[in-house]
Design a protein around this ligand. Sequence first.
Ligand code: SAM
Ligand code: SF4
Length: 350
Amino acid sequence: MLGTTALGIATESGRLTTRPLIDPFGRAITYLRVSVTDRCDFRCVYCMAEDMTFLPKSEVLSLEEIDRLASAFIRRGTRKLRLTGGEPLVRRGIDDLVKSLGRHLKSGALEELTLTSNGSQMARHAETLFAAGLRRVNISLDTLDAARFARITRWGRLPQVLDGIAAAAAAGLKVKLNTVALAHENAEELVDIMQFAARGGHDLTLIETMPMGEISEDRMDQYLPLSVVRRQLEQRFTLIDLPHRTGGPARYVRVEELGLQLGFITPLTHNFCESCNRVRLTATGQLFMCLGQEDKADLRAVVRQFGNDDKALDAALDEAIARKPKGHDFMIERRGAKPAVSRHMSMTGG
Ligand code: SAM
Ligand code: SF4
């Protein structure tokens, strides 16, 4: 049977491979992150250099190619799909892509479609995202101080992001805030951010800085181990471990006094690889089987060479997942300020 999507893509059902993607260590791949653009309207100090050079458009996957690749993963067992970037909401046509991918929610093939954003453009998109079937978004917020916000993001403005957070919540989206813990910027402010999140009914996840991509700042200088943050929080709050895991590097607690769900993403101090269920697709269609390794598979070449040949794409997915490594090798202390992997987070998608 043939149908068409919001991007005008013809879709087939019934005759294609639906074999799950299982890696050599028995882990089923059920979570895909897709970076829809490497571009961004901010220049966060831990993420990008101020004079970043972005990719020429011809190298970036078209929206149709993204849809085609994401749909192939969904057919092979991906249940959760996260759009990220760069800043996904600066990509022209993003609303059409989200609407198109929303068909997999309606069919039940996809459990969750979600997005990570810096919030700057959220006010314009929140209602469309909700209408397409999104129910949760992650919005990054490293500080509640306008001057510090401008310093960390270089080009961002705090009020615009606060408006974006409010608009997302008003549209019915559950907001999870992401805060990168930075030793000399927001270490003293984390409790304020926790209180802000709790007041708004948002979850909050703290993230350790990861050694990705060459940037102009010294990483060791910014590195704040979340084990230290957690010990400090324990002096003041009751933290109750929550059992739920996402297959990723996050561990969750409930902060009793605030009624807040707080996550810790600690890729440097905690080994989470044994339960890894995820892969990442860059804006240029490179599939990274592990966030912390350089190995990748060129899926753009497959879609551009073989067009609508699903067999070729299936074979490429099988071949890539067969190379998923057992784990990563992030060691900021051992490597000093040198990045463990040379690509930026904005390329792989955080
Ligand atoms: N632009 C969107 C945003 O900022 O949320 C989505 C992409 S961004 C790369 C995704 C997440 O990665 C953000 O929460 C950001 O703070 C985080 N991030 C970026 N570079 C990082 C790094 N070197 N270490 C840890 N987290 C990083
Ligand atoms: Fe842009 Fe997000 Fe990177 Fe900040 S963290 S520069 S908002 S991609």
